[in-house]
Design a protein around this ligand. Structure first.
Ligand SMILES: NC(=O)c1ccc[n+]([C@@H]2O[C@H](COP(=O)([O-])OP(=O)(O)OC[C@H]3O[C@@H](n4cnc5c(N)ncnc54)[C@H](O)[C@@H]3O)[C@@H](O)[C@H]2O)c1
Ligand SMILES: [Zn+2]
Ligand SMILES: [Zn+2]
Length: 338
């Protein structure tokens, strides 16, 4: 099969033939119909993830059809339309049994622990725990984002931050994660403040429901506090500076959610955290069992992730699209069709 192969960190990957994955016991193989280009793929390509072994195939946000079913996988058949959380949980450990598959210590992640979806086929381990059936009306291009960024933002905004109607939510970074968070927070009735360096990303944020938009050229912390401060801040880029600014932008008892990956340690103003009773929360993907509530909101049109897709590219253009993330992000979500 054709796949994007990283042979050296930080060096342009190549598209070449590699062996297809096999449907081992408990796994399925998915024919990839669409896969998203997420900044976490860039982190992996840069060498920020110690789980990656070279040569490596990135890609962890995908939708497709089941091409092969391994032994012991009940209820799934060749041809079923599916996605999976990028965190493929074991289903048997203490965390999984408590419903917290997103922090399963035995998790496997396509595109990180094993070869991912920038390819014609990808394996899904622990398939009965992780497969999510796609409604027929959801296109593969829209559904790909449900494997990582849209679902991650849904959990971060709704289940981790527990955003309520009327709350002010400041979202730093309006790429795939941030724009998804804008759409979801606005649908929950929040007053959304979107922050990005890219005006075109802010235009999209406004169209998805942001009421205020700011660029970091202006004093962001002051502007948010002039509005009364944020009940919730979200770092949807991954930046020590943004994480610090976010804490300074919170109202007393506000909650900060860290989604963006931070390759290095961060210094926080713990004095303010204590005196203002602020909460710092991490958020990691979303387990498969939490998908029905999100899919129901998509079905009723309250959430419209199809709007997020702004660009579709073939596998051959993926290496340059991945490496171009070093200098910036095209507005909206890029989908690859292998
Ligand atoms: N925690 C999780 O489970 C999880 C899941 C998915 C992605 N992530 C991480 O979330 C982060 C965002 O991913 P993405 O794919 O949406 O990224 P992206 O590259 O699509 O978006 C980043 C956005 O930040 C903007 N930006 C750049 N510098 C800025 C600045 N100084 N201030 C404000 N905005 C700025 C860019 O213009 C871009 O719009 C990454 O770190 C990714 O690895 C984490
Ligand atoms: Zn991702
Ligand atoms: Zn587990």
């Amino acid at each position: 099969m054709r796949a994007v192969v990283v042979s050296e960190y930080g060096v342009l990957p190549e598209v070449r033939d590699v062996p297809e994955p096999s449907a081992d016991a408990g796994s399925v193989v998915v024919r990839v119909e669409a896969t998203g280009l997420c900044r976490s793929d860039w982190h992996g390509w840069m060498g920020h993830d110690p789980d990656i072994v070279l040569p490596h195939v990135p890609g962890h946000e995908f939708a497709g059809t089941i091409a092969a079913v391994g032994a012991g996988v009940a209820g799934w058949a060749v041809g079923d339309r599916v996605t999976t959380p990028f965190i493929c949980a074991c289903g048997q450990c203490e965390q999984c049994l408590e419903g917290n598959q997103q922090v399963c210590p035995n998790q496997l992640q396509p595109g990180f622990n094993y070869w991912g979806s920038f390819a014609e086929y990808v394996a899904v381990p622990y398939a009965s725990v992780n497969l999510v059936r796609l409604p027929d009306e959801l296109t593969f291009a829209t559904a790909a984002g449900l494997g990582c960024r849209f679902a991650t933002s849904f959990r971060a905004v709704h289940q981790v931050a527990r955003v309520a109607a009327g709350e002010r939510v400041a979202i730093f970074g309006c790429g795939g994660v941030g724009l998804s968070a804008v759409m979801i927070a606005a649908a929950l009735g929040a007053e959304v403040i979107a922050i990005d360096t890219n005006e075109a990303a802010l235009d999209l944020a406004r169209s998805y429901g942001a009421v205020h938009t700011l660029t970091p050229a202006a004093p962001v912390v002051g502007a948010i506090n002039d509005l009364g401060g944020a009940h919730v801040t979200i770092d949807a880029l991954g930046s020590a500076e943004i994480a610090q600014q976010a804490l300074e932008s919170l109202r007393p008892r506000g909650r900060h959610v860290q989604i963006g990956l931070l390759p290095t340690a961060v210094t926080l103003n713990a004095g303010r955290l204590i005196a203002q009773e602020l909460t710092w929360l991490g958020s990691h993907g979303m387990p498969a069992h939490a998908y029905p509530e999100m899919l129901a909101l998509v079905a009723t049109g309250n959430l419209n992730p199809a709007q997020l897709v702004t660009r579709t590219i073939p596998l051959t253009e993926t290496p340059t699209a991945l490496t171009a993330l070093t200098t910036g992000t095209p507005p909206g979500v890029t989908i690859i069709t292998p």
